[in-house]
Design a protein around this ligand. Structure first.
Ligand SMILES: Nc1ncnc2c1ncn2[C@@H]1O[C@H](COP(=O)(O)OP(=O)(O)OP(=O)(O)O)[C@@H](O)[C@H]1O
Length: 313
């Protein structure tokens, strides 16, 4: 911890890169062995139990997990609202475990944007869509003309120009969430965090909102982390990370491959995640299929490691 408490905003040069440039392999988000313990009425709840996560610049990642798996806790930490009990977390040049209150304000204004599930949390009801997008820019001190241009550009990019002069109450749920994405992007954050952004929407409208996030990623290069309990979201992103019991347990990576006849198809590959301590979680169905419980036998073979039942046979 001493290393992280002495240095907050890390200069890329200090990290071994020329000023203004990041080394090619540097992730935008790096969480290492994150632990978050809540104390509630004398009871300890371990919401995160040593979570590891890397998100590369310009990536769109879905973090999927059941209720209570620790997703909102992770987002709270990445958004700078909460701090972990132990572990390391870096976003860009910010060490989130060691920021002062003032640095947190700057981080939240400049580096991250948010989209929450409830439209009421994203938008001020008495302002129009354009005024909502203008507001965070005004707070950041952006001149009026530049704000107006940025607002127009964002609403056009997300296909909601016609909503500019309407208040949230006069917009559909999907339009509200697209305005919320524009608000989240208003100050050009490197990272956009979305907590169940489609939670209150039907399938078609959800697909539109996810498409809007992909547009933001493609047009502006914004890195996006979407947290959801909806496994269907993974069909809309290249990489999905599953969290179970406060730890990353598996990842699904989608890629487009070309067949011999030139047609393209999408392949989804599932990976288990090996953490820094060498732990890997075996999927429940694999354990059930071989009735693996308690001790198991491990064997290192030429190109693989096998896991067998530990019972005598
Ligand atoms: N402020 C808190 N005080 C005590 N326990 C908490 C607090 N916040 C979350 N928890 C507990 O931490 C665990 C993880 O919660 P978290 O909200 O991060 O999960 P989640 O995956 O986002 O769930 P959901 O999808 O239901 O929002 C749960 O057991 C939850 O009850």
């Amino acid at each position: 911890m001493s290393e992280t408490t002495t240095m907050t905003r890390r200069d890329p040069e200090e990290a071994g890169a020329p000023a203004g440039r990041e080394p090619a392999d540097r992730a935008l988000v790096e969480c290492e062995s994150l632990v978050r313990i809540y104390q509630a009425e004398g009871i300890e709840v371990q919401a995160l139990q040593g979570l590891d996560l890397r998100v590369e610049p310009r990536e769109v990642v879905a973090v999927v997990g059941a209720s209570g798996s620790g997703k909102s806790t992770l987002l709270g930490i990445l958004s700078g609202l909460d701090t972990p009990t132990a572990g390391r977390v870096r976003v860009g040049s910010w060490d989130l475990t060691a920021m002062t209150r003032a640095q947190r304000v700057t981080y939240r204004r400049e580096t991250v944007g948010f989209v929450w599930q409830q439209a009421t949390r994203n938008l001020l009801p008495y302002l129009t869509a354009a005024q909502n997008v203008d507001f965070p820019q005004a707070v950041a001190g952006v001149p009026r003309a530049a704000r107006a241009a940025r607002t127009r550009e964002l609403l056009a990019m997300l296909g909601i120009e016609e909503c500019a002069d309407r208040r949230p109450g006069q917009l559909s749920g999907g339009q509200q969430q697209r305005v919320a994405i524009a608000v989240g992007l208003a100050n050009g954050p490197e990272l956009l965090l979305a907590d169940e952004p489609t939670g209150e929407l039907d399938t078609t409208t959800s697909a539109e909102v996810l498409a809007a996030l992909r547009t933001a990623n493609a047009e502006l290069g914004t890195t996006i982390v979407v947290v959801t309990h909806d496994p269907g979201v993974s069909e809309h992103v290249r990489r999905t990370v599953a969290i179970r019991d406060g730890r990353t347990s598996s990842e699904v990576v989608r890629s487009t491959r070309t067949r011999d006849d030139g047609t393209e198809h999408t392949v989804a590959e599932e990976f288990a995640v090996l953490d820094r301590a060498g732990r890997v979680q075996l999927p429940r169905e694999y354990r059930a299929a071989l009735d693996l419980v308690g001790r198991v036998r491990l064997a290192l073979e030429e190109h693989q490691i096998t896991v067998r039942s530990g019972r005598e046979n």
